[in-house]
Design a protein around this ligand. Structure first.
Ligand SMILES: Cc1cc2nc3c(=O)[nH]c(=O)nc-3n(C[C@H](O)[C@H](O)[C@H](O)COP(=O)(O)OP(=O)(O)OC[C@H]3O[C@@H](n4cnc5c(N)ncnc54)[C@H](O)[C@@H]3O)c2cc1C
Length: 382
């Protein structure tokens, strides 16, 4: 046997490391994180870093607002060196029809308790002077922002370890172990780990892992890409999304571009593609023409985990007591990851969440659901 724990967390992305941090605050719990590679290897280390509350599926709003309170906590109370800033997020309309959609969305979000305002093109240019004069306005959320995804994920892993959690890198979970219908541990590439509860936070790899206990999770993997330019003087103040791309200026001065349109179904291939460069160059220069000629320093890609209703899955797996999952972040799980990790910890410790998650359960989908066919009929998320 490799180890024994009260709680095993599988996956050391932003969700798993945050869950481990909150679980490890309980001194009487032995918490073990099992990571196939190393912390931040998955999407969490490849993220654009946007901490956006607007433009989410409505049931996610309370969670992402709680997440922002946690981002603030780590910045203000812990002084975490994770480059978290609330510098605002603009969601830009390129056409009058887009503007109408955004106006309705701002109204609904404001009514639901998130302050989002629709700004005219002229007002947008007061905030972001380099934005194209051709735009038709934008939704602005001043409390949105960004953080450094690698620093944040590793910070949380380190904080969990300081509290006594053990992180086993290079340890792949292969299957679950059960006794009388309850999950009692996991079998890994390095041996058995017994556990009182198992929290699965492995993003797009969730369906494969849960298949081993005959649980269907309706998630598909989509490649999404990003690039950074060389460091530049200040050019972009906020996080700007529009025309299917997004851009922000990082703490080191690089411009980080991502998105680019239809996310590809290429399995788990994380190569960068020429097509992505072309689309970002074309669509990005339509959005912010002054930014079109800066040299690219580095590009990468990662895998987003998509659900049929573009809404996260979080909570216990009812058929298997002792097992909890969180997955299906639809390309924006970095922002919400802190609250999701906290909720998972609360569910293990207290059996309940202070943030409503009933609408986010795995059981909202039929047990045998032809979700691959379903994906053909739904629009892209961006
Ligand atoms: C290019 C790109 C840009 C993005 N931009 C943003 C953004 O601006 N804002 C935002 O909110 N979100 C963004 N996202 C999405 C966000 O990064 C993810 O939704 C989020 O990081 C998911 O976190 P996670 O902890 O669930 O999964 P991951 O970070 O993928 O972590 C899962 C971990 O599990 C491990 N693992 C897998 N299988 C096993 C196993 N069997 N045993 C042990 N370990 C295993 C993996 O190695 C991995 O480290 C972006 C994603 C990409 C790829």
């Amino acid at each position: 046997m490799l180890d024994k724990a009260d709680v095993v967390v599988v996956g050391a992305g932003i969700v798993g490391t945050t869950a481990a941090f909150f679980l490890s605050q309980r001194a009487d719990l032995r918490v073990i994180v099992l990571e196939r590679d190393r912390p931040a290897y998955g999407a969490s280390g490849r993220s654009g870093g946007g901490v956006r509350q607007q433009r989410r599926s409505p049931p996610e709003l309370p969670l992402v607002q709680e997440s922002v309170r946690l981002w603030q906590y780590f910045r203000d109370v812990e002084g975490a060196p994770i480059e978290y800033q609330q510098k605002g997020n603009l969601q830009v309309a390129m056409t009058p029809a887009d503007a109408e959609v955004l106006k309705k969305q701002a109204g609904a979000e404001t009514q639901a308790g998130l302050a989002v305002e629709f700004l005219t093109a002229e007002d947008v240019r007061k905030i972001e002077p380099l934005i194209s004069p051709e735009i038709c306005g934008a939704n602005y959320c001043a409390t949105d922002g960004d953080a450094n995804p690698i620093l944040a994920t590793r910070y949380l892993a380190r904080r969990a370890q300081q509290n006594g959690a053990i992180v086993h890198s290079n340890t792949e979970v292969l299957e679950f172990v059960s006794d009388h219908g309850r999950i009692t541990g996991v079998r890994t590439s390095r041996g058995l780990v017994e556990a009182g509860a198992v929290v699965v936070a492995v993003g797009p790899w969730t369906p494969k892992l849960l298949q081993t206990i005959d649980v269907q999770v309706p998630i598909i993997a989509r490649r999404t890409q990003a690039l950074v330019t060389v460091p530049l003087p200040p050019l972009v103040r906020t996080f700007v999304g529009g025309n299917t791309v997004y851009v922000r200026q990082t703490a080191s001065g690089t411009l980080l571009w991502g998105g680019g349109g239809d996310w590809e179904q290429v399995g788990f291939d994380t190569a960068s593609s020429q097509n992505f460069f072309k689309r970002v160059a074309r669509r990005g220069s339509q959005l912010m023409p002054a930014l079109k000629n800066f040299p690219v320093m580095r590009a990468w890609s990662g895998i987003a985990d998509m659900t049929p209703d573009h809404t996260v899955i979080i909570g216990p797996v009812r058929r298997w007591p002792g097992l909890l999952i969180a997955a299906g972040f639809n390309g924006h799980g970095f922002a919400i990851g802190l609250a999701v990790g906290r909720v998972l910890a609360d569910l293990v410790i207290a059996g309940q969440s202070s943030v409503p998650i009933e609408a986010l359960s795995l059981e909202r989908f039929p047990a045998r659901f032809d979700y691959l066919a379903h994906y053909q009929s739904i629009p892209e998320p961006i």
